[in-house]
Design a protein around this ligand. Structure first.
Ligand SMILES: C[S@@+](CC[C@H](N)C(=O)[O-])C[C@H]1O[C@@H](n2cnc3c(N)ncnc32)[C@H](O)[C@@H]1O
Length: 335
């Protein structure tokens, strides 16, 4: 009954955007039931159920959301329960008053948990601010959800492939690919030390380091250096990257990196790259497309995959697929 609400809560959808209408209806039904049966416990039971589906959910107990988020959630819940002229459940009050006494910070890191299906979830430590510690890589960006959903929809085709992810950030795309697609090998990369540390933590937290079969790996990879290297041991059948097209200064190095990784190898599948772009600034995207053409890389647009993640979807996003110029239409492979 609470599945959708739980999914949004654990994914840290802004509190004001949670489905409060649903909570109101649930409280209303309990209030009516209590009145008809003359049973005052109905409202307490309902508050307990809401708490169990959110703050006391096993994933939140194991991978807690930031206190500031829980505080704001409980505040809204208490306001709503009060509108029914009903006593607030002691567990809610206790949790809330404990949080009031804390010095809450909006730059605090905390977890977000994403439920993919009944048995698969991914919990990531992420900062609340989109830019912190001088990097954009400590939170999940919107294009990542899009690309992760594309991976899930194409999992059978990805199975067994050697996958490299560029600019992995907090790790949603790589971890989703690893958990749902069974790639032959997956290497997640980034360059910022704090991002690398968070990425490692997130892999360990999802128990993916020790028991990695198929193997999963994290490597530092700075596009600025990589595209100038003459040799690299890194090879890919498929390159994934989400929300990496955001700074015109970085685009030549990013495309140079893609070009190197997409270089055809003997007796191997021609590699391709799926780059999920958020369409914020047309000029930046045009520069990306210009650089692709300079490197003799063609591109096509891919269909959106069905939505799975609870997330905000404010910006239009596109998946660009970049194979090296060739006769065969690569869209036929991934389209
Ligand atoms: C906007 S974030 C996107 C993170 C993640 N892919 C997502 O969609 O949530 C951009 C990512 O690119 C990485 N990045 C920026 N410049 C880079 C460079 N020169 N080499 C490698 N990664 C870089 C950042 O560290 C950050 O993780």
């Amino acid at each position: 009954m609470f599945e959708q609400f739980t999914k949004s809560f654990l994914a840290r959808i802004p509190v004001s955007k949670l489905d409060w209408k649903f909570i109101e209806e649930t409280l209303n039904q309990s209030s009516e039931l209590g009145r008809v049966n003359g049973n005052e416990d109905e409202m307490f039971l309902c508050q307990e159920n809401i708490l169990n589906a959110t703050v006391h959910h096993p994933l939140n107990l194991k991978y807690p959301l930031p206190d500031v988020y829980i505080h704001s959630f409980l505040k809204c819940l208490i306001n709503m329960v009060e509108r029914f002229h009903c006593e607030i459940h002691s567990n809610i009050l206790e949790k809330y008053t404990n949080l009031i006494c804390k010095n809450l910070s909006t730059v605090e890191a905390g977890h977000r948990s994403f439920m993919i299906d009944e048995t698969t979830s991914i919990s990531l430590r992420e900062n609340i601010s989109i830019i912190s510690d001088g990097t954009t890589g400590l939170c999940t960006w919107q294009a990542a959800f899009h690309l992760a959903e594309w991976c899930i929809a194409n999992r059978q085709r990805i199975t067994g492939m050697t996958v490299v992810e560029l600019g992995s950030g907090a790790g949603l795309v790589g971890l989703t690919c690893y958990k749902t697609c069974k790639p032959g090998y997956i290497t997640m990369t980034d360059f910022h030390p704090k991002v690398m540390e968070t990425l490692r933590y997130n892999l360990e937290n999802n128990q993916l380091i020790e028991n990695s079969s198929p193997p999963i790996d994290i490597q530092p990879l700075d596009w600025m250096e990589f595209h100038t290297k003459s040799e690299s041991s890194l090879q890919a059948d498929l390159v994934l990257a989400s929300d990496v097209v955001f700074d015109v200064e970085l685009i030549p190095a990013l495309v140079g990196t893609l070009s190197k990784l997409l270089h055809p190898r003997d007796n191997k599948l021609l590699p391709s790259a799926i780059v999920a772009c958020t369409e914020r600034n047309q000029e930046t995207l045009n520069r990306f497309l210009y650089e692709l053409a300079q490197q003799n890389l063609t591109y096509g647009h891919l269909e959106h995959a069905p939505s799975i993640f609870a997330c905000e979807r404010n910006y239009p996003r596109r998946l660009k697929m970049c194979p090296r110029n060739r006769q065969t239409k690569e869209e036929d492979r991934w389209g």
